[in-house]
Design a binder for this molecule. Structure first.
Ligand code: SAH
Ligand code: SF4
Length: 348
């Protein structure tokens, strides 16, 4: 079996070079070719010796996820359906903006967490992704988007619960951030969790970590239990206590995501409870009006309810934004990622 290089760190590539009897700097050259120059064919890694390239051809490989479908929204967002080496699929979303672009990556195929409002939950967990598959999503999409800004943000908000695939996710984050590779600053990478308490505590202890977003979505345990069964295991009080203990870097804030479900959690009382729950935390709140998922018993909130909700938060001293929905027309928006092949003719 050839050795898969995608997902290997600088140290690992140096060790591979040493094991092959090459000087360690060859590992660094490989790292640079892979992640900084983003060359995926050994023949194009002209910084390497001819004999090393030949050996790489025989004994190593670089497997990017294959681009199965590309769905482009009217707003410029692109949802990619990517096929992994074993045939499983995941989604990655590309969101161009005026001065930057944001890549939304999956950390698992499917998800085991079972939030009742989310399309990914319906897939169940297919499997964890490897670090190479997480990084590979970004590399595959960047290769497909040659016209872009230099400023890229990454959000781990696609399919899956990143803190239930902790090691691969953190390895991928560090690969993104490596200054000798893609050099995306850690503070431009955001990991979103449904509230996996042991993972949050572990992340708090990491020296090199992404920013943290917590999908709160409810303001009482009863309400959160009903929407996100994971709350029975890791209830609100414990999550918020972990947030109060969470170490923040200069100018860093925690993000709370709050999906607004029409008539369910979008009332003024909910907003007032949210103000009280997050008081004293250095945080911002992203309100996400629910994006439709066929077959689920929820509805989008009324515009008026969203505006009132935000107003109450702001008057209460919270930094609150409404996350503009992107890519809804191609099932690319938050909570809509279910590996749908929307180009297929509708079933009759
Ligand atoms: N699994 C992680 C990462 C996915 S991020 C997490 O849950 O945090 C996906 C975000 O979209 C989460 O904040 C989630 O609460 C939200 N979401 C899920 N389904 C949604 C839907 N149908 N409409 C809007 N937001 C949704
Ligand atoms: Fe999984 Fe996040 Fe969807 Fe919940 S909201 S089912 S944790 S992807």
């Amino acid at each position: 079996m050839p050795t898969e290089l995608l997902g290997l760190t600088l140290d690992e590539l140096r060790r591979l070079a040493a094991a092959w009897g090459e000087p360690a700097y060859r590992g660094q050259q490989l790292f640079h070719a892979l992640y900084a120059e983003r060359r995926f064919a050994f023949a194009r890694m002209t910084n390497l010796s001819h004999s090393l390239r030949e050996r790489l051809e025989r004994e190593a490989c670089i497997t990017l996820p294959a681009l199965q479908q590309r769905y482009t929204s009217a707003d410029g967002t692109v949802r990619y359906l990517l096929r992994l080496a074993d045939g499983k699929t995941v989604e990655t979303v590309w969101m161009p903006e005026a001065r930057r672009q944001t890549l939304c990556l999956s950390t698992q195929a499917g998800c085991a967490v079972d939030c009742h409002f989310c399309a990914t939950a319906q897939l169940g967990l297919v499997r964890n992704l490897t670090a190479g598959e997480i990084v590979g999503q970004a590399l595959a999409v960047l290769a497909d988007q040659p016209r872009r800004r230099s400023n890229t943000n990454i959000v781990l908000m696609g399919q899956g619960e990143p803190l239930l695939n902790y090691d691969a996710t953190l390895k991928a984050v560090r690969l993104f951030a490596d200054p000798k590779g893609m050099a995306i600053p850690l503070l431009k990478i955001t990991l979103s969790t449904s509230g996996i308490l042991p993972g949050i505590r572990r992340l708090a202890g990491e020296e090199r970590r992404p920013k943290l977003a917590l999908s709160l979505n409810a303001t009482t345990d009863a309400q959160r239990d009903a929407l996100m069964p994971i709350n029975r295991k890791y209830p609100l009080g414990e999550l918020l206590a972990a947030c109060r203990d969470y170490p923040l870097r200069a100018r860093e804030r925690l993000t709370f995501e709050y999906v607004l479900l029409g008539g369910v959690n979008d009332t003024p009382e909910d907003a007032r409870r949210l103000v009280a729950l997050t008081r004293g935390l250095r945080a911002k709140i992203n309100l996400i009006p629910w994006n439709a998922v066929p077959g689920l018993p929820y509805g989008a909130p009324a515009d008026e309810a969203v505006a009132t909700f935000q107003r109450i938060l702001r008057r209460g001293g919270c930094l609150a934004f409404i996350r503009r929905s992107r890519g809804q027309d191609v099932a690319a928006a938050c909570g809509q990622l279910a590996s749908l092949d929307t180009s297929a003719p509708p079933a009759t």
